[in-house]
Ligand binder design. Sequence first.
Ligand SMILES: NC(=[NH2+])NCCC[C@H](N)C(=O)O
Length: 208
Amino acid sequence: MLALAGILLAVALGAMSPGPSFLFVARTSMAASRRSGLAAAAGMGVGGFAYAILALLGLKAVFAGFPWLYSLIKLGGGAYLVYIGIQMWRGAASPLADLPAADAVRNTRLRAFAMAAATQLSNPKTAVFYGSIFAALLPASPGPLFTILLPLAVFLIEIGWYSIVALLLSASAPRAAYMRAKSALDRTAGTVMGLLGVKLIAAADSGI
Ligand SMILES: NC(=[NH2+])NCCC[C@H](N)C(=O)O
């Protein structure tokens, strides 16, 4: 159980370090709504859960055995981050839409959830964390209880941290500040996303 606690601490610290996933949840919470921000937090939880399971299944060995797969993931993930960055730039100058209809709100939440999960899965920081540090901390032969508890705990930590981010940043003061500086903030976030994507693509042929 001590091993589990150590791994979970590493997961929490990793989740709290800023990166593309943080940017996505922060922006969704400020630009869309609290509920969309929480939907995005759930997407991050699901993405982390998927990575924890992959790691338990031997993600590191898979990457070591099939280096091209690791490169492919980096290429695809990098391209996705660049795409998100461009989308942020393109929307930067337009004001936020007026209150959308109920249908649109549902769609927005679902979209926030799906895009968050995609962001978490293609996020180089997340992939590297679960593919290396996390995998290295795993016991050589984890028992069944450990194998069940670990992905669930990872899900709770990731969704928990990003829910805190969503709740804090969807409050009226951060939202108002975001509205005032929307185009500059969107361009900055878009540039950071795009650069992280380019960095990932450039490193696609390097090893684990
Ligand atoms: N335990 C982790 N490393 N989770 C993924 C972290 C992603 C990182 N916090 C980001 O915002 O991009």
